[in-house]
Design a binder for this molecule. Structure first.
Ligand SMILES: Nc1ncnc2c1ncn2[C@@H]1O[C@H](COP(=O)(O)OP(=O)(O)OP(=O)(O)O)[C@@H](O)[C@H]1O
Ligand SMILES: [Mg+2]
Length: 393
């Protein structure tokens, strides 16, 4: 029997590469995921293309095998390092008897995709915000509406072209085609943030290994984003240095200890036993008494720093810091125990953690791939895909 060919979602992170294959674009159906440690990425930026290629191949093979498909193309997500968000308008004159067609909308999007950007930068994505018909704002699908002048306001996501080229090179060396490259936090927000949160004002904070990305939404659309070059791996490194232990052991201690004082207390006096989810090596001295307290302080100190940086970033991004919809945490770093309880006090905002936060970006990229494939199929069959084809940009 012929093996089905699928397009996968692929999130290339600093600590992990996650591939996902979706059978359906529906949010309720979880894609099949394959993940492996990342190679060649530092603070969200590719520093070794061959390393990235090896990790990508491994993650994609894992997901493809588990899903029983062959993957030859991927939608690529990354931390968002080097990205910025511009607001741009495109105008399409339709004449006095004009009526908006899907072609006019596609023309407006194309104008924005080819918009002037500074040297060394490229347009990754154009996200429509709203149309105006003869100067009157119009939300939704304008196809079929009468007007003589169509204006589309959109957010144009641009990125450092060298960073994007290196990502694409890594994917190509892994024998795959990169269909598109987009910031993981922006695509994760598609699924993680509720419509009401996006409308009121909310932020998705993606705490990765080497970065913490902040994507701010208001009026139903992305307003701005920024990437802080500090993430969960910094907590691990601090622990390794402070406790004079290996990174592997520091990682296990971090996951077991978290920010919960009770988890820490559980470790004390239980040397040599598996306490609080932390495999404790027999006789490891630092897991009791002063050492344990030091570990708790190290974690708390770095988390405080990251949260303060997030708060400062929210304050300077367009649309912040008034966010009635609050903050939604995702990324592997948001799995830190006690973080959801600690974050509201520092951020001064309501906080919740997304479901399956560590695989959200790859899963939404995979759903996007399915949606795209469906539209392509309909286009090939000659069925007008209408406005939605234009909106998946
Ligand atoms: N249970 C857990 N408790 C605490 N931290 C965790 C847990 N699970 C994963 N992490 C941390 O999550 C981080 C990795 O998250 P993620 O996979 O989202 O990063 P990434 O996408 O590879 O990196 P980036 O987005 O910065 O490029 C690591 O620092 C890891 O230690
Ligand atoms: Mg990430």
């Amino acid at each position: 029997m012929a093996v089905k060919v699928a397009v996968a979602g692929l999130d290339i992170g600093t600590s992990r590469v996650v591939a996902a294959v979706a059978r359906s674009a529906a949010p309720g159906r979880s894609p099949v995921v394959g993940a492996c440690p990342s190679l060649g990425v530092r603070k969200g930026v590719v520093v070794d293309v061959d390393g990235v290629a090896r990790a990508v191949r491994q993650a994609v093979d894992l997901a493809a095998r588990a899903a029983g498909v062959r993957v030859d193309a991927v939608h690529v997500g990354f931390s968002g390092q080097g990205v910025n968000v511009l607001t741009r308008r495109a105008e399409v004159p339709l004449g006095p008897q004009g009526r908006v067609t899907a072609g006019d909308v596609a023309d407006a999007l194309q104008m924005l995709r080819c918009a002037d950007v500074p040297p060394g930068r490229i347009v990754l994505q154009v996200l429509p915000v709203e149309f105006s018909l003869d100067g009157v704002p119009f939300k939704g699908n304008p196809v079929g509406r009468r007007c003589s002048r169509l204006v589309l306001e959109a957010r144009v996501i641009t990125a450092d072209s060298q960073l994007v080229e290196r990502l694409i090179e890594g994917v190509t060396k892994a024998g795959l085609k990169a269909v598109e490259v987009i910031p993981g936090p922006v695509v994760a927000a598609e699924g993680v943030l509720r419509a009401a949160e996006k409308e009121l004002g909310a932020a998705l904070v993606d705490m990765g290994g080497g970065t913490t990305a902040v994507a701010l939404f208001k009026g139903g659309a992305l307003r701005d984003m920024a990437v802080i070059p500090v993430g969960g791996d910094h907590i691990t490194a601090d622990l390794a240095i402070g406790l004079r232990t290996s990174l592997g052991e520091a990682e296990e201690i971090k996951r077991g200890l978290g920010l919960e004082p009770r988890a820490g207390a559980g470790l004390a006096g239980e040397k040599g036993r598996d306490a609080g989810g932390v495999p404790v090596r027999a006789g490891t001295p630092f897991l009791a008494g002063d050492g344990l307290q030091a570990a708790g302080q190290i974690v708390a100190f770095r988390v405080q720093e990251i949260l303060e940086l997030v708060r400062e970033t929210l304050g300077r991004l367009a649309g912040g810091p008034e966010l009635p919809g609050g903050v939604v945490l995702c990324g592997g770093g948001s799995l830190l125990r006690g973080l959801a309880e600690r974050a509201p006090g520092v951020l001064g905002l309501p906080v919740r953690v997304a479901q399956d936060p560590d695989v959200q970006a790859a899963c939404w990229l995979a759903r996007r791939a399915v949606k795209r494939a469906g539209l392509e199929g309909r286009r090939r069959q000659g069925i007008a895909a209408g406005i939605f084809a234009a909106f998946i940009t």
